[in-house]
Design a protein around this ligand. Structure first.
Ligand SMILES: Nc1ncnc2c1ncn2[C@@H]1O[C@H](COP(=O)(O)OP(=O)(O)OP(=O)(O)O)[C@@H](O)[C@H]1O
Ligand code: SF4
Ligand SMILES: [Mg+2]
Length: 334
């Protein structure tokens, strides 16, 4: 069994709405019981519609939102339980890369200074060594040393994301949490950044938690993928299993919505058109959260929440109508 660098256990992030923190009028159940393991050196992807809880999961892993319940373990450290200096020390081991590289960089700060500032903040190296360290990080991320003196607006979008990566790598982290890292970039540039991230992963042994709503990006990058719907993982599998044999009706619907991912081998009958919006995370349905939009829903689906269970090696699904041996039973019904 490969050792997991990141372990997330029954993670819940509920945001109180109205009425004050102690007696909120309602709870937004943004993440509602999510568990997964990310082996060292691998990439774990999270995909799902807007509002499914992807970013909140990422923020919880980074301890940037309050964890309502559950655990986040990085190596042997329980991130949720750490405070003060202990949390600061562990923070060096994980870094986050956001979607918009422009918003992540101070427009008045030269790129080299931004990197040196990160080194200083993380207490990496001696002050006299930091300019050379910044130069090396620039080279490592495909930037030229003379560009260290430029301001963010003097870089292209792709180059800015390279600066963000260089800064994230300053403290030699083990885990990079990437939330839609290429969504703001042109398609051609996206491929360059993704390839750079893959090279950095190989060279530095990095582990990625990788969030995207783009199935092409997810398929290119991820070893394991979780599909989230309304705060829960509804299906999780290795890349090949998930793309070649999706089992959950919601995954089928996502694949059907992206024509290039609707494998030609599957018949038209398998296509599910996703209609309407997901229900509110304040008022989650009692049974399967997808029941209101699922063409295969039956009475039980509305009453009983399906458990996420392993139906094929490494392939987990939460659907009443998938058998314990990974056979979708809903197909014969339509
Ligand atoms: N600070 C907050 N307070 C209240 N509700 C929040 C807060 N942050 C997120 N939410 C809600 O939690 C749910 C999950 O949001 P999240 O940003 O995690 O979704 P997402 O999957 O990243 O979506 P997107 O693809 O649009 O980025 C949404 O319904 C959102 O409105
Ligand atoms: S449990 Fe029922 S409603 Fe939910 S995805 Fe499966 S068939 Fe559809
Ligand atoms: Mg998001």
């Amino acid at each position: 069994m490969i050792d997991a660098l990141l372990k997330v256990r029954d993670l819940k992030v509920h945001f109180p709405l109205g009425g004050g923190l102690l007696r909120p009028k309602a709870l937004v159940k943004a993440v509602d019981g999510v568990s997964f393991d990310v082996p060292k050196g691998s990439t774990f992807g999270i995909v799902g519609e807007s509002g499914s809880g992807k970013s909140t999961t990422a923020l919880a892993v980074m301890r940037l939102v309050h964890i309502t319940a559950g655990g986040v373990m990085l190596g042997g450290d329980d991130i949720g339980a750490l405070q003060g200096e202990a949390l600061r020390r562990v923070r060096r081991r994980f870094q986050m890369v956001f979607q918009d590289p422009f918003a992540s960089l101070n427009p008045r700060k030269r790129a080299g200074d931004a990197i040196q500032e990160a080194l200083e903040l993380m207490d990496v190296g001696e002050p006299a060594q930091r300019p050379e360290m910044a130069r090396k990080l620039f080279l490592q991320t495909g930037l030229r040393p003379e560009q260290l003196l430029l301001f963010p607006h003097q870089f292209s979008g792709g180059q800015r994301q390279r600066i963000v990566l260089a800064r994230a790598l300053a403290a030699n982290p083990e885990l990079l949490v990437c939330d839609e890292p290429v969504s703001a970039l042109d398609v051609a540039i996206q491929a360059q950044i993704l390839n750079l991230m893959q090279r950095l992963q190989r060279e530095l042994g990095l582990t990625y938690l990788f969030i995207s709503h783009d199935l092409g990006v997810i398929r290119h990058m991820c070893d394991q993928i979780a599909v989230m719907y309304l705060g829960k993982i509804v299906e999780q599998a290795p890349r090949t299993g998930l793309f070649e044999r999706p089992l959950h009706p919601y995954t089928l619907a996502l694949w059907s919505a992206a024509p290039s991912f609707d494998p030609g081998a599957r018949s038209r009958r398998d296509r599910i058109r996703l209609q309407g919006d997901p229900p509110s995370p304040i008022d989650v349905p009692a049974g399967c959260r997808f029941a209101g939009r699922c063409p295969y829903a039956e009475a039980r689906c509305h009453a009983e929440p399906p458990l996420l269970r392993e139906v094929l090696p490494g392939h987990l699904v939460a659907c009443h109508r998938v058998s314990d041996t990974g056979v979708p039973m809903y197909k014969s019904a339509v």
